[in-house]
Each structure stands twice: as C-alpha cells, then as structure tokens.
Design a protein around this ligand. Structure first.
Ligand code: FUB
Length: 324
C-alpha cells in the first residue's frame, strides 16, 4: 500500500524512533545521526552518535514538532566509550526511565539507564550499566505494572557474541538451517534499574510452528525489536537487517513464542530500517526512517511517519517503503 508519509525533522538527521504517549502527547526518542567522518563498514562504526534529542507532537500528520533539546549526551555517562544507538523511554510512578545502548570503554555494548522527572528530560544517567546487559536496540513494553525490555541486534549490534546470556570466546553464527539468533526479552526490577530475571529468547515460529532459520534472511530477526498490543494479541515487530524489511509476528503473551505474519514495510532508501508502532487519538502509526533526504547516505537518516492499518483479521497491511 502506498500511503502519505511525513518527514518529521527536516532540518536534522534522526533515526530509530521510539514513540510513546505520555500526558496525552506523543514523545519521540530517536537516535541522532551526524556526519562524524567515520567510514562505513559492516560493524556499524559510521553510526557514531553522541547525544539524543527528545521531540513531542500532538497532531501526527500536520502538527508542529517540538524539539525539547538534548536529553542525554555521551560525555555525561561515566562508563561511556562510544555510539549511542536506539534508546527507549518508559514511565513508572511519575518518573521517566531512558534505556540506552552504548559501547563501554572496551568497545562492548551495554545497556544503561538514565532518569528524569519529565518525559522530555534531561535524563541523569546511573553510574554503571545494567548488570548482565549486552547488545543494543531497546524497546520497553509495560502491562499491568510489569515492564518488559526487549533488546539485541546482529553484526555491529554484537548479539552473535552471546549464548544463554554468557559472552562467547568468538562470535558464532548458526548454520543456515539452524534456528536464527533471537532477540531477547527480560522483566525489569521494581526500581527499574536492573534485570529481574535472566533474559529469554524471543522465538519466532513459521506457520508450521518451526523456528525461523538463520538462512531465512527475508524473515529472521536481525535488530530493532518493538512490541505492541492490538485486539488482545501481542505484535512483535523487527528489522530483517540485510534484507531490509520490517516484519512482524504475533503471540499470546509478551514472552512469545510469536508466529511470523508478514511484512510491515518494504525496503526503504538506505541500509537500515527501524521503527515503532503506536496508537494515538484512535489511529495507528508507523514511525520509521529512511535516507532519501541525505541522498542515500546510510548513516544520515531522516524520521518519517505514516498511518498503519490492519485488515479485519488483524493483519497489518504492508506499506511500500519507496514513495516514488
Ligand atoms: O542507529 C544505529 C543502528 O542502526 C540501530 O541501532 C539499528 O537498529 C540501525 O537502525
């Protein structure tokens, strides 16, 4: 389906939008791309982000985007090495918790927490990353006072360096006919600062109930986890990375397993694709990014939004990534 889309921040480069409704407004927490001069490679070194801006909006397709300025910067994080990638924010008891992936001084991705009294920040980082955290691309889903954190991504996201939540001596990719490396989900502690349990794999099954394999690159998880609920079902959505799609799978609870359903967004201009899905004022929206305004430079991405629709059976109607 071709659908009208809006670029949200035409004056700057922003990517990986995590979007939530707080105090009746939409708050957008993107990664902040910039021209750092780092050459492009499969490790993602060119995504050399150093701060986050926070935006809000109350009319999705036409309203003014308010830029609340910098919510967190890398130099304020005591354990920082480099690369602030996709974050997410949630609210508990009037406090706002930002979860962010950042490489530490040994160039290992860890997940940090930063706290604010307001959704727009500024966010004050905790002195250390979450114990036992690894990899990147955070999404937080809340239900009945429980907070579920989804994370993980392949290649530069370092997920292939871990198995059963332990670091491996060498990065290991499964053979093409073995189950794909899964995203992870974990509940947070009551104080929101640590993992309350061991992270669990987010298993995606095919229509016959068999785990999607590593060689099935059009359907397997790569990065950019997101969870939303529609008509009582849990929708786990993600990027397929090197096949450049946003796909989704549905399940009966936040841990899964989830059964593959289809493509949400076909490939966009640019290598990465990353999104969030949110309901606001009775409509559903897909927030994502592409590299059209930068002329295809993969590390300079622009935020976009469009409406997302379901058919009568709850299937998401596929959106065309290319507008022309
Ligand atoms: O923005 C850096 C990385 O690119 C993100 O963490 C991935 O999801 C991809 O969008």
């Amino acid at each position: 389906m071709k659908t009208p889309k809006r670029y949200l921040v035409p004056e700057d480069f922003m990517a990986d939008p995590s979007v939530h409704v707080f105090n009746d407004k939409l708050y957008i927490y993107p990664s902040h791309d910039w021209e750092s001069g780092v050459p492009e490679n499969d490790n993602g070194d060119h995504f050399n982000m150093k701060d986050y801006h926070v935006f809000s909006l109350d009319d999705v397709m036409d309203g003014k985007m308010t830029d609340h300025g910098v919510g967190l910067r890398v130099e304020d994080i005591p354990w920082a090495g480099r690369q602030l990638w996709d974050c997410d924010v949630t609210c508990k008891d009037g406090k706002y918790y930002m979860y962010f992936p950042l490489k530490d001084k040994n160039d290992i991705f860890r997940i940090g927490v930063a706290i604010s009294d307001k959704p727009e920040g500024p966010f004050i980082p905790e002195p250390d990353p979450i114990r036992g955290s690894y990899s990147m691309d955070i999404a937080v889903f809340e239900e009945d006072g429980k907070y579920y954190l989804y994370f993980g991504g392949l290649w530069g996201g370092q997920l292939q360096r871990y198995k059963d939540n332990k670091a491996l001596e060498c990065a290991t990719f499964p053979a093409d006919d073995e189950p794909a490396i899964p995203s992870r989900v974990v509940q947070l502690t009551d104080d929101m600062l640590q993992f309350a349990e061991e992270p669990k794999p987010v298993v995606i099954l095919d229509e016959e109930g068999i785990p999607i394999t590593a060689g099935d690159i059009d359907r397997r998880f790569f990065e950019a986890s997101w969870l939303h609920k529609y008509n009582g079902k849990y929708y786990f959505s993600y990027s397929t990375g090197n096949s450049h799609r946003l796909c989704y799978a549905t399940g009966d609870n936040p841990y899964g397993p989830f059964t593959y359903q289809g493509v949400i967004l076909t490939p966009v201009v640019g290598w990465t694709t990353h999104h969030s899905i949110v309901e606001y004022k009775g409509k559903w929206y897909l927030f994502h990014h592409d590299s059209v305004p930068s002329g295809g430079r993969t590390w300079l991405r622009s935020l976009k939004v469009c409406e997302l629709q379901y058919d009568k059976d709850g299937k998401i109607i596929t959106i065309e990534g290319l507008d022309e």
